[in-house]
Design a protein around this ligand. Structure first.
Ligand code: MG
Length: 383
């Protein structure tokens, strides 16, 4: 059996309401999805995290090195793609293009062998995962957080046990928002804050110290992802766990975070950092430094399912009879590609999501919905 065809789709969902975070505004979701088909007609789906048209070019560039190969030898294919891009793309979107192909190959391999991806990864340590709601983005530039209270309450009503909110508006405004959200959700719900690297080290220390009384589970990307040693210094100045890594690539990039003692929690985006093949290595590396792994997710339901299988297979270090619930990022902002693209739908019961047991990633892509969101060649050319 060989890989016969690799197709790319750029899917665009225009949002009914744009929202923003500390860096820029979102008015649409635009994602590159990849379909890899084998000579027996079976196929797998993957997606990349990054600018969709650049990702597509990357996949188009790489596919000549994948077609004709045995789809069961996905690790060998990964290494081949890595070597083909190493000299000029050790970081960035070409790695995300490799990730999209790699994920599609894991899905395809699972379907060929009639096994879920989590089994291929080595098995499940847990069959349920605790999703946390990613939301509380800013909407109105004049009064960015006026909807925060109401939105936080909807997450509680829907059964979420953990919520992540955006910060990065300035120390005083962030402080007020965090205090208000903690007062709104009570003490039993986990609360995390994410500045998307909005702050200098000095500012991040001041904000972290001010919000320590609010029992914050982690402060995500407090400062620029380039400043590995500043992350370490921040960790030494606050009791709040520090997280980061969604802008990092490959085990070599992540090793910078680990050997500099930069983070308590590392957050690789599997659809960018090198796919499932590399994410498993990053998790192994994290375990040697005693760092927890909670992947970043932001995309279609394909990426969320990738995260479920990966998290199901994460070791709990150190082990004990009753290990804690493992968290999964579950974006709640408007996104038709998360809600409509795949079936069966993701369902949360008592604040937990069951790890899919069907072969591959455990989902089917609704190709009618796919074509509804897919851009034509002409539309792609003017992106
Ligand atoms: Mg983040």
């Amino acid at each position: 059996m060989t890989i016969e065809k690799i197709e790319t789709f750029i899917l665009k969902d225009k949002l009914s309401n744009s929202f923003f975070f500390s860096q820029w505004e979102y008015s649409e979701r635009c994602i590159c999805v990849v379909k890899v088909t084998a000579s027996n007609g079976q196929y797998g789906w993957g997606e990349g995290y990054g600018p969709a048209q650049v990702l597509k070019s990357g996949v188009d560039f790489l596919k000549g090195h994948v077609i004709g190969k045995n789809p069961l030898e996905n690790e060998v294919i990964w290494n081949h793609l890595y070597r083909k891009t190493l000299d000029y793309a050790r970081r960035g979107v070409l790695v995300a293009s490799i990730s999209a192909i790699d994920i599609a190959l894991w899905d395809l391999k699972g379907k060929i062998l009639n096994l879920p991806v989590s089994t291929l990864l080595g098995g499940v340590f847990r069959d349920k995962i605790k999703p946390y709601a990613t939301g509380l983005y800013f909407i109105d530039p004049e009064n960015p957080s006026k909807h925060f209270k109401e939105e936080a309450l909807t997450y509680i009503e829907r059964g979420f046990k953990a919520i992540k909110m955006k910060v990065g508006l300035g120390i005083e405004e962030d402080y007020k928002n965090i205090k208000m959200i903690r007062d709104t959700i009570g003490d039993d719900i986990q609360l995390m804050v994410d500045s998307n690297h909005a702050y200098s080290l000095r500012e991040a220390i001041i904000l972290a110290k001010k919000i320590e009384p609010f029992n914050i589970s982690w402060f995500e990307e407090p400062i620029s992802p380039e400043f590995y040693k500043q992350y370490k210094e921040l960790r030494s100045k606050t009791s709040i766990p520090i997280s980061g890594g969604e802008c990092e690539y490959l085990r070599y990039g992540f090793h910078q975070l680990f050997r500099n003692n930069s983070v308590d929690i590392v957050q690789p985006d599997i659809c960018a950092a090198g796919g499932l093949t590399e994410a498993k290595r990053i998790a192994a590396l994290a375990s040697t430094y005693g760092v927890d792994v909670i992947p970043h997710t932001w995309g279609t339901a394909i990426g969320i399912h990738v995260a479920m299988h990966f998290i199901a297979n994460l070791e709990h270090i150190p082990g004990r009879m009753k290990s804690p619930d493992f968290l999964m990022e579950y974006d709640q902002t408007e996104n038709g590609l998360r809600e409509r693209l795949t079936y069966p739908k993701i369902s949360m019961v008592d604040g937990m999501i069951e790890v899919p047991k069907r072969p591959g990633l455990g989902i089917e892509v609704d190709e009618d919905v796919l074509m509804e969101y897919a851009l034509s060649e002409e539309e792609i050319n003017i992106l």
